[in-house]
Structures are given as structure tokens and as C-alpha cells.
Design a protein around this ligand. Structure first.
Ligand SMILES: NC(=O)c1ccc[n+]([C@@H]2O[C@H](COP(=O)([O-])OP(=O)(O)OC[C@H]3O[C@@H](n4cnc5c(N)ncnc54)[C@H](O)[C@@H]3O)[C@@H](O)[C@H]2O)c1
Length: 260
């Protein structure tokens, strides 16, 4: 898809990867709407003509209100980034139900609530682009966090389902699955070794702007799976070739980093 002039709505655009996407797609000529709990207006104010929206994607009503406001501001949405996300919760015994609910609402349900609002219009137009930010954790696993593992796997599956269901009717889908990216999310520290330490130990930590460049190229090429860390493709191959061996390797990594 050519980015020029495309109306582009980015959730979680107030900082991190979402902010970098907003800057990159604005630079590519897109008409950008930045949405976030906080910071969206600040980012939009730095991008000539961009619109900032305060939005909470943790409910269906929040998604509908956000998309309605974006359409009102810039017209029908051509490209939607379901990028807002949370990395919360640890193991089974130290993750409360509220954390499970928030993780599923923001990391998974927000994607389908947004798609439910966008798809009818896209089918009528025979055009539209949905890009979700899942994670390499959704293809592999997030050592140390069961909510992140489950919700990111579900986000990958939802993107695959969208691509299969609507791919022949003009709707394009991409799924961004990075490993470490230098954002506030990766800097969350709990005092104890955490999933963030595993991510940092597992490979390179990329800058958000570099990830945004890779995403822009992938969207131009309409590529489904976006892997800014090429080694993730190799890990997927190892996993598929010998799951038991791959799990043993993950246990070794866990023992090394988390001292468990
Ligand atoms: N940083 C990494 O290493 C990494 C790796 C893989 C995937 N990801 C994913 O990338 C995406 C962006 O994360 P990031 O690294 O930029 O982290 P970040 O914490 O800097 O940004 C996440 C943004 O989402 C917003 N957000 C959270 N809940 C929201 C809600 N209810 N409504 C609206 N906005 C909300 C936050 O306010 C924040 O601005 C997330 O989905 C994350 O899971 C990050």
C-alpha cells in the first residue's frame, strides 16, 4: 500500500513504538491520527496536520468512540494500527484477575472491537488495512509472564484469522512481532529479574524508529508477518522442527536469567 495521503489511526501512539509509527507514517505522507490514554496530543502537535485523541481501548465503547472521532476528523480510516498494549502479570499464583482482564481487553479484545467497527466499511469499499502489534512472545513464549504469553498469542491468531477471512475481499493485514524494543515497556523493572530481562538477554534491543522504518516498508509491500528481529524466524523454525528440544532450550534460558 502506498502510504501517501492514507488516513492512519494509531493506538498507543503517545509514546514508544506507536509514537515512532506516527512519526514515520506522517513523514511518509499519511494523514495521521494518534490515540492514547495520554500523550497523543503532544505527539500530534509535533506533526503538521496530525490529530491527537485521548482514547481508552480497554472497552468496545472506547474503541468505537475513538474510531468515530478519527473518522470525524480525517474521514474514513484506510490504515489502522492496533498497537496499544500492556505487559502486566507474572506467573499463575501472582497474577490477579483484574490484571488478566486488563491484559485481554487491551492486548486482544481491543483488536477485535476495532476490527468490528472498521471491517463493514472496508468491505463496502473493498479496501482497508489492519496492522496489529503482537510480539515475538505471541509466536514463541514470554518467559515469566503467562498473561503476556497468552494475550500476544491470541493477537497473532486474530491477525491470521482476519487475513484468511477477509484477505480475498480487499482487506490487508499485517502482524508486527518484535522482540526487544527500547521503550518504557521494556524498562519496567520489578526489582527482581523479569520477562524484560529475558527479552534483553534474548537478542538485540532495537530503537522504535528503526522498527517503524521496517513496518513502513512491510506495509508498502503488504507483508503479513513483520519480524524486525530476523532471528525470530529462526527460533520459529527450531520450535516447529523439534518442539521438545525448543522447550528445553527455553527452560535453560529461564534458569539462566531468572535464577529459577
Ligand atoms: N517494547 C518491546 O520490547 C515490545 C516488544 C514486542 C511487542 N511490543 C508491543 O508493542 C506495543 C507498543 O508497546 P511499547 O513498547 O511502545 O510500550 P509503551 O508502554 O511505551 O507504549 C504502549 C502505549 O499503549 C498505551 N496504552 C496502554 N493501555 C491503553 C489503553 N487502555 N488505551 C489506549 N492506550 C493504551 C500506553 O499509554 C502507551 O502509550 C505493545 O502492544 C507491546 O506489547 C513491545
Amino acid at each position: 500500500m502506498d502510504l501517501d495521503g492514507k488516513t492512519t489511526l494509531i493506538t498507543g501512539g503517545g509514546r514508544g513504538i506507536g509514537e515512532a509509527l506516527a512519526r514515520r507514517f506522517h513523514a511518509g505522507g499519511a494523514s495521521v491520527v494518534v490515540a492514547d490514554l495520554a500523550g497523543a496530543q503532544d505527539v500530534a502537535a509535533q506533526l503538521d496536520g496530525a490529530v491527537g485523541l485521548s482514547a481508552d481501548v480497554s472497552s468496545e465503547a472506547g474503541n468505537v468512540a475513538m474510531i468515530d472521532a478519527a473518522v470525524e476528523a480525517v474521514g474514513p480510516i484506510d490504515l489502522f494500527f492496533a498497537n496499544a498494549g500492556v505487559a502486566e502479570g507474572f506467573a499463575l499464583d501472582d497474577t490477579d484477575e483484574a490484571t488478566w482482564e486488563r491484559s485481554f481487553a487491551i492486548n486482544v479484545h481491543a483488536h477485535r472491537w476495532a476490527a468490528k467497527r472498521l471491517v463493514p466499511d472496508w468491505l463496502e469499499r473493498g479496501d482497508g488495512y489492519f496492522c496489529s502489534t503482537a510480539s515475538a512472545a505471541g509466536l514463541l513464549i514470554q518467559i515469566g509472564s503467562v498473561p503476556y504469553t497468552l494475550t500476544k498469542r491470541a493477537a497473532v491468531s486474530f491477525a491470521e484469522w482476519m487475513a484468511v477471512t477477509y484477505g480475498d475481499r480487499g482487506i490487508k493485514v499485517s502482524c508486527l512481532c518484535p522482540q526487544g524494543v527500547r521503550t518504557a515497556m521494556l524498562d519496567q523493572t520489578t526489582g527482581a529479574p523479569s520477562g524484560a530481562d529475558i527479552v534483553k538477554a534474548a537478542g538485540a534491543v532495537l530503537e522504535p524508529a528503526d522498527v517503524a522504518d521496517i513496518v513502513a516498508q512491510a506495509i508498502v509491500e503488504e507483508q503479513f508477518l513483520i519480524l524486525p528481529h530476523p532471528e525470530v524466524h529462526r527460533y520459529m523454525q527450531h520450535k516447529a522442527a523439534d518442539p521438545a528440544r525448543w522447550l528445553a532450550g527455553m527452560r535453560r534460558l529461564q534458569a539462566t536469567v531468572l535464577n529459577r
